[in-house]
Design a protein around this ligand. Sequence first.
Ligand code: GUN
Length: 300
Amino acid sequence: MTAKIIDGKEFAARVRAKVAQHVSRLKQDHGIIPGLAVVLVGEDPASQVYVRSKGKMTVEVGMKSVEHRLDVETSEADLLALLDQLNNDPEIHGILVQLPLPKHLNEDLIINSISPAKDVDGFHISNVGLLGTGQKSMVPCTPLGCLMMLRDHHGSISGMDAVVIGRSNIVGKPMAQLLLNDSATVTIAHSRTKDLADVVRRADIVVAAVGRPEMVPGDWIKEGATVIDVGINRLDAPEKGEGKTRLVGDVHFASCAERAGAITPVPGGVGPMTIACLLANTVTACCRANGLAEPEGLTA
Ligand code: GUN
């Protein structure tokens, strides 16, 4: 079988168009402009790229974008004071603190100081608990994007065998929870899993989120399975010229594509969905804050 390529770039553009349409309606009918605040502490180059991209796309869909770039030495007290100010700002509906934070800042404390209703990352302990009990919550962006693509491809994933490789709080755990809430039979595999190959071979759905380049080979994939590759790993590519690099996922794309029924590429798969889902979460948070109907198809 040769897999259908799930085009995340195109899918994300459709999600953003839906968000933009809803933002326009909020403005016209209610005079409300959804606002997203992004907080970046320090100058991590990858984080700077993400934050710039988030800001640009927020404005493109018609929302208000606020960026707070803080010095790497910012104290916990100062960061908490900023979050308090944003929590109480009626023009801000979504708050995102870019991770990782510098070591001297307590990440759990910071995340749990964001108002759960404005926690568009879905990392606050209240949102984690709500998701875990199947209640309405803010859902982490990357897993939400994966779920949207799976629902779009399969219609329903009820009863399917799903394996999530990776148990991070940002992707693996919430992904497993979302699959479970959609009635899949879910296995969470990780670095201590015995016979990972055997576990993956039984799966109708494989979500790889470990951060290890091309670790899933094609012969682990059940014929016709759907493969969602969350990994973004940069490898040296001397064949492209000196100092050149290339991006690869956590699955070996060419061999997995020969057996899978559908697969997301890297780049152009899950990646573009993350920011699209952040924008979707912001518009959802704005609607909830104002007691208005949420956009359909943009939440879990
Ligand atoms: N760093 C890497 N991924 C993420 C994410 O989804 N949200 C935040 N806040 N930081 C990140």
